[in-house]
Design a protein around this ligand. Sequence first.
Ligand code: MG
Ligand code: FE
Ligand code: FE
Length: 166
Amino acid sequence: MGTKGKGLVGLNVEELVAQLNKALADEWLAYYQYWIGARLVTGPMRQAAASELVEHAADELEHANRLAARIIELDGTPILDPHEWGKLANCSYLKPTDPYVKAIIQQGVVGERCAIDVYSRLLALTKDKDLMTFELALSILKDEVRHEEDFEAVLQDLEQMEKRRS
Ligand code: MG
Ligand code: FE
Ligand code: FE
């Protein structure tokens, strides 16, 4: 960013970049969690579950793109070493050891709820201080809210199916 552009940010830029890098770590871990989950998932409605996972993985990767672009605009350096992802992340990577659809999607719900917290905090941090990062966080938050809803809908469909069978 140019000098006047930088002046628009009324925050400690290093601290802001650190928070954006933590969110970037979350996005990469979420991306991989859904990417691998889509391939492993088994059980009823696996197709519907897998397509949500594939779709969300693509969104998380896009979030990573946008966070990295903002970090660079702020003259920061996006995480250079994937080994940092686990250390910096706000949200835990949930290893899909149980490939059953319910377990995979429940882990997804936990991840999306954590992401909602991350972007809510980023919104609070940037409100009235950095409109561009605020707008980015708001736009990502909208996706995370929709992701939680989508995963919850898969779980509801599964429960209905189980009820009808019993
Ligand atoms: Mg979806
Ligand atoms: Fe995301
Ligand atoms: Fe998400």
